[in-house]
Design a binder for this molecule. Structure first.
Ligand code: NAI
Length: 286
């Protein structure tokens, strides 16, 4: 029987979420995605108009099907959490049931269970500011959108995940090494995400035999990365210094996620898997 995956954080065909969806689809999984509410309309209309058709092509020549797109804002757990200005914001008012709890309930209603949960989202409103200049609100917002969002997603989806299932997030080496420019508390958020990966691996493993891993990915020119402003420099740095001197493709991260979600990785949980052409292993630039 084919597996079903829910991938949170897909709003175009450039990011890691899209590539992970493709690799999972190529391996035979049914694909559901969660799309940030303000990006939902453009994503759905682009899908419908065929704008992504070229990027939907799978290795066997068929097109990836996304069975359903759910509106999602992962900084809100349930309707009681949503402040008035968001509720009445016209980008949100057109959609409903987009808090984490409601999305999990909708997926349960529509499909019953899932096997694979992917968290491919992050947001730090002050990411371009050094940590010393980051406000408390900016720091907490980065942690809320990029770290707690994962705790919340796993918490709400765990009851509908089939035993033996797998949960995956995306992290960045700025959690453990100094990467100037990755500010606003985003480095802190990734450190929390990696630590939580271990604790959640224990809790979800004991509770429902679910594996929990995170992929520490190398630089990719995604929409989110372009907003940080130093992505081209990071790609050049990796090309110059990594053991493997090639640009990292999103597909390589997608394939690693498909491996982690598969029975081939049945004893792997609580790990940070580097998919970065080996850059993490260097101690000095060359
Ligand atoms: P992306 O722009 O494709 O994905 C980020 C997604 O998060 C977007 O679709 C955005 O709409 C969504 N999002 C933001 N706030 C949200 C919220 N409150 N609720 C729901 N969705 C929300 O960019 P990318 O780079 O593929 O990011 C995916 C993951 O990969 C992130 O965790 C990022 O930190 C991580 N990563 C990216 C690297 C890169 O160089 N691009 C390197 C290492 C990790």
């Amino acid at each position: 029987k084919g597996k079903r995956a829910f991938i949170a954080g897909v709003a175009d065909d450039n990011g890691y979420g899209w590539a992970i969806a493709k690799s999972l689809a190529a391996a035979g999984a049914e694909i559901l995605v969660g799309t940030w509410v303000p990006a939902l309309n453009i994503f759905e209309s682009s899908l419908r108009r065929g704008k992504f058709d070229e990027s939907r092509v799978l290795p066997d020549g068929s097109l990836m099907e996304i069975t359903k797109v759910y509106p999602l804002d992962a900084v809100f757990d349930n309707p009681e959490d949503v402040p008035e200005d968001i509720k009445t914001n016209k980008r949100y008012a057109g959609s409903s049931k987009w808090t984490v709890q409601e999305v999990a309930e909708s997926v349960k209603e529509d499909f019953g269970t899932i096997d694979i949960l992917v968290h491919s989202l992050a947001n730090g409103p002050e990411v371009t500011k050094p940590l010393l200049e980051t406000s408390r609100n900016g720091y907490l917002a980065a942690l809320s959108a990029s770290s707690y969002s994962y705790v919340s997603l796993l918490k709400h989806f765990l009851p509908i995940m089939n035993p033996g299932g797998s949960s995956i997030s995306l992290t960045y080496i700025a959690s453990e090494r100094i990467i100037p420019g990755y500010g606003g508390g985003m480095s802190s958020a990734k450190a929390a995400l990696e630590s939580d990966t271990r604790v959640l691996a224990f809790e979800a493993g004991r509770k429902r035999k679910i594996r929990v891993n995170t992929i520490s990915a190398g630089p990719l020119r995604s929409r989110a990365a372009k907003a940080i402003g130093f992505i081209d420099m990071m790609i050049d740095y990796s090309l110059a210094n990594a053991p493997l001197q090639k640009e990292l493709s999103a597909e390589e991260v997608g394939n690693s996620a498909a491996f982690l979600a598969s029975p081939l990785a049945s004893a792997i949980t609580g790990t940070v898997l580097y998919v970065d052409n080996g850059l993490n292993a260097m101690g000095v630039g060359v």
